[in-house]
Every structure is written in structure tokens, then in C-alpha cells.
Design a binder for this molecule. Structure first.
Ligand code: DSN
Length: 417
């Protein structure tokens, strides 16, 4: 039997068990509402690249400097991805080989730091990321991370406290960026703080890269030495990541990605990144990202009208975190009840957290995926009413199952997945 160039339909005949699981999960997406802030539905053009024959190719190295033959055309593909990334974000240099966000951040730390160096990063429980120095991550184990956070009253980033910490600890690097922070980040201010202590500045824009590409969130590229991002969240591309940096750091960053950390680039994913960057340059991408922000804002307002507290009192970007410190149940309890109603979210720690990370006192909602399916602000108002009703008593299984019909009705008005 030939194994070359299988057609997509082969899956059903080769492995009906996996085919059925995939089909059922796709149906699950279509029948529910996906509010996971880090997920998005990439275009068929992006998915076509991922399913292409490029999966076969080894091309360790960089365009025109490889350790393998047969690379002429994949060189062109990677160069296209690099050129488009630089154009899209106005960057001096782009590395598009990073497999995902964590290895991208690892590459930057390995390139810029020595083990034990002091770094400032946002606290995980206040919206930061595992790779911003959590003790359970390599980042917190290899480096001396000191954490900054939000003002306990406003729950907005406290730049004065960050500046004080920088003076006190004299970090070699300041990392800005978050996984669960709903306000605009003042990159210029972070640059000034970094300069005041002669530190480098890395912006991790994994969550907001699409907003930045579309101009609905300010860009850190003019201010940061290095910018890392995944490509699959608001940017709506393939699973993967990239690193943007000043030309002066290009060689160190590239050598740390390969051969420092990674082996051969995943060229199907690199091609998909090139397509994603092309899509992000189109006028409709800006319209989409503005709708993402409008939807998050409408959802936050609806939830607050429904009696729920939102961390920082609202949102300026694609996500919001519902704060349950005033309730007798956890984030996990609400997220599970919402899933029963067909609303898919993720639990989240909140400022002033009192529960464990696997329980939490918050639920994070993001609007990139649902907006890709065509949701608008009136859908968000209906969702806010449903969430507020579930939040009144997440243990009321009968009420939750009744709401499921309303969720399926909304899902039926949106594009299928
Ligand atoms: N775990 C991702 C998120 O959901 O934000 C970030 O890596």
C-alpha cells in the first residue's frame, strides 16, 4: 500500500476511532460557545499548510544556511514568513521557528541571561504566565524572578511599584505581558523603568498579538529589545510562536533557538505562520480585532449588570476575569457549571487569591474564538445573561440544563467550526 500523499479523507478509513473522536470534538465546538481566551479558529488556508507534505522536511539551520539538501523552496517559505512578520509588526528581525510560547521565552532567557540572574515578571496569580518566573517552571528555577503585580484597589498594573522593585533589585531583564490581564499595557513606561536600571525589556504579547497587528492595542516593538508571541491565539494562526528583536540581538536569538534549544523547524507550521501574517495584513483583520475588543467590552458590561465582579472593573482588550471572592464557590465550580450549559471557559486566579491554582476564585473569558464565528455584541448580552444566571447558583443542575438550549440556539446562529 502506498503511504505517499494521503488524501485528507484517508483518516476515516485508516483510523475510524481517531476520526470519530475528532469529528465529535468538532461538533462539540459547533454546539458550544468557546470563550477560552487563548484559543482561536484558524482559517482553512492555515490548516491546509499544517496538513501539507511540508510535514516531511528537515531543514536544520536558517534560510540559505541549512544542514540538509532539498531546501530551496522551504527556504523561500521561511523567508516569506520572516519578511511578513517583520512587515506586520515593524520589527528589525524575526525568528519564526519557535515551536511554542514557552520555548520562545526560554530562548530569549538563554540568549540574554545567565543562570541566577535577576528578572522582573508579572505574578502568575495576578495575570502573568508560568514562564514569567513561576517556581514550577524552568524560568523560576533557573533565574531569580522577582514579581510585580497590580494595585490591590484598582487592579490595574502598578507601574510605580514596578519602578520601585526595579531600583531595589536591579534586574538584568524586565518581562512585561500577561495571560490574564485585561488592560492596555504601557510599553513606553516599562521601557523607561528598564532604562532607569540599565535592564533589557522583553514583551510577551502571546495573548494580544492579533490586537497589536491590527492596531487596536499599542505595539511594544518600538520599545522592547525582544518581543515573543504565540501565533495561535488572537493572531489566529497555527500552533507555534515567533520572536521579534532588534537587529543587534538577531544572531544571539537565532543561535539560541537553533541549535541552542530546538532541532529542525516545523516547516508546515512555518508556512502556516506565513499565511497567518498575510491574513493579518488584510483590512478585514482589523475589523475582526475591533469586534473582538467590542465583544469583550459588551460581555464585561453585561456580566457586571448581572451582578458579577470583573477584575479591574472591565476590559480594554480581548479578555476579562470574573472575580468570585465574594461568592461561596470557586472558579472551578463556575467553569464546570458553565461547561454544562455549553459555555467553555477556563478558571483563573485573581488578585488577592485565596484558593489553590487548581481551584481558583476566578473565571477567564476571551472573545477571539467566538468572534471568529461571527458573534457580535448582542450575542454577548445574551451570553452575559446566561452566565449571570448560572452564577446565581452553579449547583442548580436543572436551571443549567435549561440554559443549555439557549446556548445551543446562539451557537446555531454562528458559523460552524
Ligand atoms: N495557557 C495559555 C493560556 O491559556 O493563556 C498561555 O500559555
Amino acid at each position: 500500500m502506498s503511504v505517499v500523499m494521503r488524501k485528507p479523507t484517508d483518516l476515516q478509513s485508516v483510523d475510524p476511532e481517531v476520526a470519530e473522536l475528532i469529528a465529535r470534538d468538532r461538533d462539540r465546538h459547533s454546539r458550544t460557545l468557546n470563550f477560552i481566551a487563548s484559543e482561536n479558529y484558524a482559517s482553512q488556508a492555515v490548516l491546509d499548510c499544517l496538513a501539507s507534505h511540508l510535514n516531511v522536511k528537515y531543514a536544520e539551520g536558517y534560510p540559505r544556511a541549512r544542514y540538509y539538501q532539498g531546501v530551496g523552496l522551504v527556504d523561500d517559505i521561511e523567508q516569506l514568513a520572516i519578511d511578513r512578520a517583520k512587515q506586520l509588526f515593524g520589527a528589525e528581525h524575526a525568528n519564526v521557528q519557535a515551536y511554542s510560547g514557552s520555548p520562545a521565552n526560554m530562548a530569549v532567557y538563554f540568549a540574554l541571561l545567565k543562570p541566577g540572574d535577576t528578572v522582573l515578571g508579572m505574578d502568575l496569580s495576578q495575570g502573568g504566565h508560568l514562564t514569567h518566573g513561576s517556581p514550577v517552571s524552568f524560568s523560576g528555577q533557573f533565574y531569580n524572578f522577582v514579581h510585580y503585580g497590580v494595585d490591590p484597589h484598582s487592579e490595574w498594573l502598578d507601574y510605580d511599584a514596578l519602578a520601585d522593585l526595579a531600583q531595589q533589585h536591579r534586574p538584568r531583564l524586565i518581562v512585561a505581558g500577561a495571560s490574564a490581564y485585561s488592560r492596555i499595557i504601557d510599553w513606553r513606561r516599562v521601557r523607561e523603568i528598564a532604562d532607569s536600571v540599565d535592564a533589557r525589556f522583553m514583551a510577551d504579547i502571546a495573548h494580544i498579538a492579533g490586537l497589536i497587528a491590527a492596531g487596536v492595542h499599542p505595539s511594544p516593538v518600538p520599545f522592547a529589545d525582544v518581543v515573543t508571541t504565540t501565533t495561535h491565539k488572537s493572531l489566529r494562526g497555527p500552533r507555534g510562536a515567533m520572536i521579534l528583536c532588534k537587529q543587534a540581538l538577531a544572531r544571539d536569538i537565532d543561535r539560541t533557538v537553533f541549535p541552542g534549544i530546538q532541532g529542525g523547524p516545523h516547516l508546515a507550521s512555518v508556512a502556516a505562520k506565513a499565511v497567518c501574517f498575510h491574513e493579518a495584513m488584510q483590512p478585514e483583520f482589523r475589523t475582526y480585532q475591533q469586534q473582538v475588543v467590542d465583544n469583550a467590552s459588551a460581555l464585561a458590561e453585561g456580566l457586571m449588570r448581572g451582578g458579577l465582579q470583573i477584575v479591574s472593573g472591565g476590559t480594554d482588550n480581548h479578555l476579562l476575569v470574573v472575580k468570585l471572592l465574594d461568592r461561596g464557590y470557586s472558579g472551578r465550580t463556575l467553569a464546570r457549571a458553565l461547561e454544562s450549559a455549553g459555555i467553555i471557559t477556563s478558571m483563573s486566579t485573581v488578585p488577592g487569591e485565596t484558593r489553590k491554582p487548581a481551584v481558583t476564585s476566578g473565571v477567564r473569558f476571551g472573545t477571539p474564538a467566538i468572534t471568529t464565528r461571527g458573534a457580535n455584541t448582542s450575542h454577548m448580552q445574551r451570553v452575559a445573561q446566561i452566565v449571570s444566571t448560572v452564577a446565581e447558583d452553579p449547583a442548580d443542575e436543572l436551571a443549567v440544563s435549561r440554559l443549555r438550549a439557549e446556548v445551543e440556539a446562539i451557537a446555531g446562529e454562528l458559523s460552524a467550526v
